[in-house]
Ligand binder design. Structure first.
Ligand code: AMP
Length: 215
């Protein structure tokens, strides 16, 4: 199963991808996570991406396409993968098509999560994760059962993304509508697009996605 999750920042792509990893036993390929790891490790890519990410702008297609091309060639992607945050431009979508075509593969499904802008701002400005296991939390929607202690691993360290602030979010949403939203038309034209109401409860969104994938 080769799948693209499309949607603005805060739409729930990462949350849903994690459920699908367990359900279909294929990896989640998040270009945002890969870039954050590169920044933390201080690699050449990380050095080039850091300021761009902090400003909420898009990293260049060349860098991103190279990262994905390398990643999808790894053995754990042979049975499929879930793309989360890639492609984000029409150029990336074309590059992805050719990368896969060279291997005799193609994307099977594209799912766009639709969420109102106001909800995105609320979701993003309150979210944080466990610094040890990555479990996701939210100031308003999902606090740990015991204050300050991760439900999953017991850690007391939490972190917030530097770019999850209202000012940077404006730039990220601008980039989404300008560069990424055109992909909805692109995949519609190729008859690959499915849309899901991302305003629904997390579990209902998962069900809707699984219905599409299992059809
Ligand atoms: P995300 O975790 O998907 O919200 O991505 C965080 C940041 O990483 C974005 O705001 C961009 O700066 C960068 N980024 C992630 N994926 C891409 C991509 N496919 N193309 C360009 N920049 C990206």
């Amino acid at each position: 199963m080769r799948l693209i999750l499309l949607g603005p920042p805060g739409a729930g792509k990462g949350t849903q991808a994690k459920f699908l990893v367990d359900a279909y036993n294929i990896p989640q390929l998040s270009t945002g996570d890969m870039l954050r790891e590169a920044v933390a490790a201080g690699t050449e890519v990380g050095k080039q991406a850091k300021a761009i990410m902090e400003a909420g702008k898009l990293v260049s297609d060349d860098i991103i396409n190279a990262i994905i091309s390398e990643r999808i060639s790894q053995p754990d992607c042979a049975r499929g993968f879930i793309l989360d945050g890639f492609p984000r431009t029409l150029e990336q979508a074309d590059a992805l098509y050719h990368m896969l075509d060279d291997k005799g593969m193609k994307i099977e499904k594209v799912i766009a999560l639709e969420v109102d802008d106001d909800a995105l701002v609320e979701r993003i400005s309150g979210r944080y994760t466990c610094a040890d296991c990555g479990e996701g939390y939210h100031d308003k929607f999902k606090q740990p059962a015991k204050e300050g202690v991760c439900d999953r691993c017991g850690s007391t360290e939490f972190k917030r993304r530097k770019d999850d602030n209202p000012e940077t979010l404006k730039t990220r949403l601008f980039a989404y509508y300008k560069d990424t939203a055109p992909l909805i038309g692109y995949y519609h034209a190729y008859r690959m697009l499915n849309t899901v109401d991302g305003m629904a409860d997390i579990g209902d969104v998962t069900k809707a996605i699984r219905t599409i994938l299992d059809a």
